[in-house]
Design a protein around this ligand. Structure first.
Ligand SMILES: O=c1ccn([C@@H]2O[C@H](COP(=O)(O)OP(=O)(O)O[C@H]3O[C@H](CO)[C@@H](O)[C@H](O)[C@H]3O)[C@@H](O)[C@H]2O)c(=O)[nH]1
Ligand SMILES: [Mn+2]
Length: 743
């Protein structure tokens, strides 16, 4: 019987788990030796290292080992899942209703055509259209987005029936029409219709362009002050009488924004959508999409339902997270824009424990999982208490107890609705309620995804990570250094904020959360702290080399093997992971380099900003990334990213640390070599590890040297940065000498 077949399967990668555990055992044993070595040499006064370098080295080795230790959980029990959507009930009536939330904010950085493509791809999901509602949140309050949405809704009347009739696999029009034509063996009717739809698509693009032109100027930038607005797109029935295909309801939501009120960025936008959709369709599940993240495969909703409808896991399942995949990623992916490790290793590892955290987009979540500690109010009918939790709208509170209500476009409901919406989307609705603190998406950090995912886990919910062979979603990655480092600064700021808040995973959370799961969550929020040991490792061993201070055991000392082993074991593990997840040796080196660059710039800044923010000295900001793509119409030129060349056109703030650390490595390496020649005795043997560290720093960062001295193109390191980096270089050298004198 079909009924008895499971909807999904979970398979533990046994060999990988074995390799991981073995490496964990060896690595942690050698770390134990390392700490024994450091402690004994310190307490037995055997050490020749001056106090201050010793303190730094000990501190950074401790942080490095601690963060590594927290990451054990990721490698403990990696799993892979499979879903069988064909085993879902054939009758569409049995599928639960589904809402889709799409957030956009900046019509310049997030081109309207692209946002509308995301909207259209979501409307075209392979799901009963009468059960699908698509909500678009426009934080920019832009007429361009509203106009674009109207145009998209008109185009959808043609596009959706076409997708369904021919069962298209690609349901994002832009992508569909840019794919290679191989019309040879297709029937004439199809080709004719395709041509017609293509014309409609062109007209739709032209509509957007004309709104853009009419709007001269006022679209630029994100509006910070505007009233709320709700518009349900008219006529959700397809144009053609032949197949009166129903279309999903499409809703435009503009929440009220006032400069006097914090709006909490994306989390705030999602919470408004949660409330507004609650009084409109109130589907038990919803999909969240960033405006650039289109549905690459129409089947994701049904695949997700294979988990949500599985009676074995469903009661405690909060969300199904798909990986974020990006268009235009090159083989060598110099900046690691795809975040390989997160989506190929870390999430899989957490999936084998209690489940991954959220990553902001591409997830199907159960509405009830966002109501905080559900059990405390489930049987509670005390209105006053509910209002304290959910705010004053009775309509919304009713929705908590009510099942899905399909939204009907008719005059009277509409007028009533407008009133409710005005309240629910107003900027002081959340005052004296628990929105953002216990209910909905949390506000304590700009990485609302990680903190909200963690909070759901704390409330006893579980989650699933599903990475099917075909990418279900496709977005734009930051493929230039500048965007990437700005984004990285925001992320590390947000993550460290979580660590510094009461939600710090090391202390917050129920006692029944497994230790490994807790460690993973802690690692995820703490890892930007790698910036401290990396900054140390990029300067102190090198400067000590220059000044003849050995920090590591001599070659004749057996402990040298411990240090060498720790380094090699970490490197081999990383290399193994890159190779088994489809990367190459060059990808591994690229990731090593990016790890150093990120740590010494954006993670460091994010960390410092988090401290300032916690001390109330700096406000939170959320700069959206650029999502503009090369247009088909424009002349195609290969970007530096595609040529595997660094693009150093970024702010000095990011360039200076890169250059300073590199030049310290180079100068000390050369200085060290000179000393070998000049000095008598065992200098080489005493200093070997430090020589190797500097050499490693130089070799891995070769592209920066190239960008500074060899390259002539516009992406080279700008010469204007030289004075500031040389100044800092000198300051560090002098500072080091001073500290050495003092301590
Ligand atoms: O005030 C804001 C700011 C942003 N957004 C939207 O949030 C989404 C994510 O912004 P983006 O600029 O793409 O940031 P990324 O760093 O690429 O996003 C990642 O990191 C974010 C947390 O920092 C998560 O929310 C995202 O889901 C995740 O993809 C976009 O659709 C924006 O339109 C808003 O709606 N309102
Ligand atoms: Mn993004």
């Amino acid at each position: 019987m079909e009924d008895s077949l499971p909807l999904n399967r979970c398979h533990v990668e046994k060999l990988q788990a074995f390799i991981n555990r073995l490496q964990t055992l060896l690595h942690s044993t050698s770390l134990a030796f390392l700490f024994y070595y450091r402690a004994s040499s310190f307490f037995l006064h055997e050490t020749t290292i001056p106090f201050f370098p010793f303190l730094l080295i000990f501190f950074s080795e401790t942080i490095l080992s601690f963060i590594w230790f927290l990451g054990i959980g990721y490698r403990w029990r990696p799993v892979v899942r499979t879903a069988f959507p064909e085993r879902l009930p054939e009758n569409d009536d049995e599928l639960p209703p589904l809402d889709v939330f799409i957030c956009t904010t900046d019509p310049i950085k997030e081109p309207t055509e692209q946002v509308m493509n995301t909207v259209l791809s979501a409307m075209a999901l392979d799901y009963p259209p009468e059960k699908l509602h698509v909500y678009v949140s426009d934080d920019g309050g832009s007429p361009l987005t509203l106009g674009g949405l109207k145009a998209a809704s008109r185009f959808a009347r043609w596009w959706l029936p076409f997708c369904r009739r021919y069962r298209l696999k690609t349901r994002c029009p832009k992508q569909y029409f840019s794919e290679m034509d191989d019309d040879d063996d297709e029937d004439i009717e199809f080709i004719a219709e395709k041509q017609m739809i293509k014309e409609k698509y062109k007209a739709f693009k032209a509509d957007i362009m004309s709104i853009r032109r009419q709007d001269d100027g006022s679209v630029s930038g994100i509006s910070q002050d505007h009233p709320s607005m709700l518009e349900v797109m008219e006529a959700n029935v397809a144009e053609e009488a032949s197949d009166r295909v129903k279309l999903p309801v499409l809703v435009y939501v503009r929440r009220e924004k006032r400069t006097s009120h914090a709006h909490h960025f994306k989390a705030g936008a999602l919470n408004v959508l949660l409330r507004v959709s609650g009084v409109m369709s109130n589907a038990p599940y919803f999909l969240v999409l960033d405006c650039d993240m289109m549905c690459n495969d129409p089947s994701s909703a049904k695949q997700a339902m294979c988990f949500h409808l599985d009676p074995n896991i469903s009661p405690s399942l909060a969300f199904v997270q798909f990986p974020q995949t990006f268009r235009g990623i090159t083989t060598n992916d110099i900046y690691d824009s795809q975040h390989r490790s997160a989506y190929k290793v870390l999430f899989k590892g957490m999936d084998g424990l209690e489940g991954p955290l959220l990553c902001g987009t591409c997830f199907y979540v159960k509405r009830a999982a966002l109501w905080g500690n559900y059990s405390t109010f489930k049987d509670n009918i005390d209105l006053a208490q509910l209002q304290q939790q959910f705010g004053s709208s009775n309509e919304f509170i009713k929705s908590l107890y009510k099942n899905y209500t399909p939204y009907l476009v008719d005059g009277t409901t509409h007028a009533l609705l407008q009133q409710d919406i005005k309240l629910l989307a107003s900027c002081d609705y959340e005052t004296s309620s628990k929105w953002g603190q216990k209910v909905g998406f949390l506000y304590a950090s700009v990485v609302e995804d990680v903190i909200t995912g963690f909070f759901m886990h704390c409330n006893g919910w579980r989650s699933v990570f599903y990475d099917p062979p075909k990418a279900q979603f496709m977005g734009t990655a930051a493929t230039n250094l500048n965007d990437l480092l700005i984004q990285g600064t925001r992320w590390s700021f947000g993550l460290i904020k979580i660590t510094l808040s009461k939600f710090c995973p090391l202390i917050y959370g129920p006692s029944n959360m497994s230790l490994l799961q807790r460690f993973c969550c802690a690692e995820m929020t703490l890892f930007p702290l790698y910036c401290l040991p990396i900054c140390y490792l990029a300067t102190i061993p090198q400067l000590c080399l220059l000044h003849g201070i050995p920090l590591y055991p001599k070659v004749s000392d057996p402990y040298v093997f411990i240090f060498a082993f720790i380094f090699l074991s970490a490197q081999c593990k990383h290399l193994q992971e890159v190779l088994t997840t489809g990367g190459s040796f060059r990808k591994y080196i690229n990731e090593q380099r990016m790890w150093m660059i990120r740590s010494t710039s954006c993670h460091l800044y994010g960390f410092l900003t988090a401290i300032l923010n916690t001390l109330n000295l700096k406000k939170s900001t959320f700069l959206p990334t650029n999502k503009e793509e090369e247009d088909d119409d424009k002349e195609q030129t290969t970007t530096l990213y595609q040529m595997d060349k660094f693009d150093f056109r970024t702010s000095h703030m990011f360039l200076v640390p890169m250059l300073v650390f590199l030049s310290i490595n180079i100068s000390c390496f050369i200085g060290g070599l000179c000393r070998i020649v000049v000095c008598q005795g065992n200098y080489f043997g005493d200093m070997l590890l430090q020589i190797l560290i500097s050499a490693y720093g130089v070799v891995v960062n070769y592209p920066i040297i190239e960008g500074l001295v060899l390259r002539k193109d516009q992406g080279r390191v700008p010469l204007s940065v030289v004075p500031s980096f040389v100044a800092l270089f000198v300051i560090i050298h002098v500072g080091f000498l001073l500290l050495l004198r003092l301590f």
